[in-house]
Design a protein around this ligand. Structure first.
Ligand code: PMP
Length: 344
């Protein structure tokens, strides 16, 4: 923990201290008359988002006190840095190619990033990791399933790291709903240094609402709550998430459909002359090695289809990252790639 965070007295409101019922709220300088909307948003939202956390606790099988909510997991990443890493002194380890915000957020917070490249089969190089860690290493970010490669990281390696590293092990499970591997949330009681991140932006279909989650021991969660902006999840997002969380049947149906489409899309891609390899995916996207990533990318853009060109990223030479679309979208995608002349 940073020294300034140890000393920090968090922002508080009159409503934190007030435990009873009240009907007249004149404490927060809101507009007492209402909102110019059919729904009233004139009151500040619950800073601790308890209603959402109770519902998530039910779904995830963890107590609500072990849940932190951020304005997307991107805010969770930022709050982790601001809580635990001293600018200019501490470092974190990441495993490229991986999700870009671990490094961007470190740079914003002036935290040193140590990069331990994944092996050619996109797993953690355990010997290189051991070399990279020193007494100033505060966090290790493990993205599993990994973005952009799509594969899960070996569970044994993650457990080995949890058992041997003193700092926080952040397991980013943004894509866990599409994976064969099971979540690390069930290991929280076992490992006091474990932070599991998930998000409502992927399987839950709520990317625009910006709600990310961290699951960890209560001591860690309490720190994150002290550091976050007081009202980081707005009332509209809290209200809509509560409705969405009741629709788990629909979400599970989409997850099944996405996995079926992913495997169909992988088969479709590999049958094209323009595609050399499709990597195994535990996520809702595929990494495909192509004969000409830039040419295919540009042709797709010209036809109004956007994929992610990852061909300049290390270990991803020639690769495009393609989100699994609807069956109709995937068909158009395959037909459009097939139009590109094969250069190599
Ligand atoms: N982690 C990973 C691995 C991601 O790919 C993404 C989004 N691309 C995020 C976190 C961020 O998600 P959120 O929308 O919750 O900020």
């Amino acid at each position: 923990l940073r020294d300034n965070i140890k000393r920090l007295v968090p922002y508080s409101t009159a409503r934190d201290e007030f435990k009873g019922e009240a009907s007249i709220f004149l404490d927060a300088n809101e507009n007492s008359f209402g909102s110019p909307l059919p729904v009233n948003y004139n009151r500040y939202p619950d800073p601790m988002q308890w209603k959402v956390k109770y519902k998530l606790a039910d779904i995830k099988g963890v107590p609500p006190q072990n849940i932190f909510l951020g304005n997307g997991s991107d805010e969770v990443i930022d709050v982790l840095y601001r809580s635990f890493c001293r600018p200019g002194v501490d470092n974190v380890v990441i495993f490229p190619p991986t999700y870009g915000m671990y490094e961007v957020s470190a740079n914003i917070n002036d935290v040193i990033v140590r990069k331990v490249s994944l092996t050619p089969d996109y797993q953690i190089d355990m010997a290189a990791l051991q070399e990279a860690v020193d007494e100033h290493t505060k966090m290790i970010f493990i993205c599993s399933p990994n973005n952009p490669t799509g594969n899960s990281i070996n569970r044994d390696d993650i457990e080995m790291i949890l058992n041997n590293f003193d700092g926080l092990v952040v397991v980013d499970e943004a894509y866990i709903n599409f994976a064969r591997q099971k979540t690390f949330i069930s290991e929280l009681t076992e490992y006091p240094n474990l932070v599991v991140m998930q998000t409502l932006s992927k399987a839950w279909g709520l990317a625009a609402l910006r709600v990310g989650m961290a699951f960890a021991g209560e001591d860690i969660i309490n720190v994150l709550n002290k550091v976050k902006p007081p009202y980081n999840i707005n009332q509209a997002a809290q209200d809509l998430v509560l409705v969405a969380l009741d629709n788990i049947v629909q979400v599970n149906e989409w997850i099944r459909e996405t996995v079926v489409e992913r495997d169909k899309l992988a088969a479709g891609l590999i049958s094209l002359k323009q595609v050399l390899e499709v990597y195994p995916s535990d996520a809702n996207f595929l990494l495909a090695k192509t004969t000409d990533a830039k040419g295919i990318y540009n042709h797709l853009v010209a036809k109004g289809i956007i994929v992610r060109d990852r061909s300049k990223v290390e270990l991803c030479n020639g690769c495009l990252r393609i989100t699994v679309g609807t069956p109709e979208e995937n068909t158009v995608l395959l037909e459009t790639i097939a139009q590109v002349p094969v250069t190599a």
